[in-house]
Design a protein around this ligand. Structure first.
Ligand SMILES: [Cu+2]
Length: 116
């Protein structure tokens, strides 16, 4: 009698599993981003629509903030550390700004994430 219950249960699990496992959540590409007074390198990050990427963000000098307001991303970037941000954004253009005042030209620090 137990087998009659177990087999349909296993079949159900096999059917559900592919839905629950988001394969697109695994980054296909890793992009290094370096923040420094007063630039973000690369200034434009281009990714494909539907692509999942991991940004590995570090600073070459002082503390900066990696902010992408339209995506709700806000991370302090401390010297000596690398912050990982996994993205799977919708098509569009997203402004990247420095979220931590880092000097007199802090306002000029900017970049762009372009999802094509
Ligand atoms: Cu700044």
């Amino acid at each position: 009698m137990k087998k009659l219950i177990v087999i349909p249960f296993l079949l159900l699990m096999v059917m559900i599993a592919p839905v629950g496992c988001r394969r697109d959540a695994v980054p296909g590409r890793h992009i290094k981003v370096v923040m420094k007074k007063y630039s973000i390198d690369p200034p434009v990050i281009r990714i494909g629509s539907g692509e999942t990427v991991e940004l590995l963000i570090s600073t070459a000098d002082v503390q900066h903030g990696f902010d992408v307001p339209k995506l709700g991303i806000k991370h302090p970037i401390q010297p000596g550390q690398t912050v990982s941000v996994v993205l799977h954004p919708a098509k569009g253009e997203y402004e990247i700004v420095c979220g931590i005042i880092c000097g007199p030209h802090h306002e000029d620090m900017g970049g762009k994430l372009v999802v094509e």
